[in-house]
Design a binder for this molecule. Structure first.
Ligand code: MG
Length: 283
């Protein structure tokens, strides 16, 4: 068959045009994909008041990376796990001997008084500023009333209490209910769950500081989130928690154990972890 040049030429032109369109579309797409170059910081902006860093300073160290837990309440990568449900290896009695609370089914429980295994449970490790996650449960069967019902407490640095109590439909003094700074500040709200239900505290604690003469130069502060509800917002402590007395500060080391109170009720704790913090550069 004879192919005429008049047939081939338009076809060749069409093909060339097609290839050109395809190539230029690809180039356009490539151009669209390339993101605009945003600066990672600046070196010509004003200095922050009294600081060595400029606004958006490109040379300012970036925060370290922490991998969060997969679910709410799970320990992040930089946490010190104090109780994962298996043993009391991170805990001791006041005299330094091994902690002897009951451990079973992933929780620890205040033992009966007659067992002789109770008493305050202290962390072996000592802490100053910190973030604490702790879960607790009051007995399902309600026994007693007011402060006699589901009572325990978390004494930060062994001194400053965040009260643990069955405060579900349980009348007691406001500064003694769950999430209160005992004998000082009631919680902002009562976020308590029913007896027998697990509850959570997420606590951010700022340790106090003292001068050489023993005078407090920075008081202790605490933020408490109870079951996801803010109950104390950077609340200052009056001093070391007491009973029927006004708290006062007494000089102590920069880091100390915190302790869980044995108040004679079979209270349970689980999933306890701490992130050590240092707020000294925040002021
Ligand atoms: Mg208590």
């Amino acid at each position: 068959m004879k192919i005429r040049i008049s047939t081939i030429l338009p076809l060749a032109l069409l093909l060339t045009a097609g290839v050109f369109v395809l190539t230029s579309n690809a180039a356009d797409k490539e151009k669209k994909k390339a993101p605009k170059a945003h600066p990672t910081g600046y070196t010509d902006t004003p200095f922050l008041p009294g600081d060595k860093w400029r606004v958006h300073d490109d040379t300012r160290p970036r925060p370290k990376v922490v991998t969060s837990g997969k679910k709410a309440g799970e320990a992040p990568s930089d946490a010190i796990v104090l109780f994962d449900g298996s043993d009391l290896s991170q805990w001791k009695k006041e005299d330094g001997s091994a902690g002897a609370w009951i451990v079973k089914e992933g929780y620890m429980e205040v033992p009966p008084k007659k067992s002789g295994k109770g008493g305050y449970l202290f962390t072996k490790k000592e802490f100053g500023d910190m973030q604490l996650h702790i879960e607790w449960r009051t007995p399902e069967e309600v026994v007693g009333n007011s402060q006699g019902r589901g009572n325990s407490g978390i004494l930060l640095m062994g001194q400053y209490e965040v009260q643990v109590l069955d405060s579900y439909d349980n009348k007691t003094y406001a500064d003694g209910q769950a999430s209160a700074l005992y004998g000082w500040k009631p919680p902002l709200v009562n976020a308590s769950r029913k007896p027998g239900e697990w509850q959570t505290y997420d606590i951010i604690f700022e340790a106090p500081k003292f001068d050489d003469a023993g005078k407090v130069t920075k008081k202790a502060y605490v933020t408490v989130i109870h079951n996801g509800v803010l109950t104390q917002h950077r609340q200052v402590y009056l001093g070391k928690t007491g009973h029927k007395s006004v708290a006062t500060y007494k000089k102590h080391p920069a880091k100390m154990s915190f302790k869980l109170q044995d108040h004679g009720n079979p209270m349970r704790y689980r999933n306890v972890w701490v992130r050590e913090l240092d707020f000294s550069s925040n002021d």
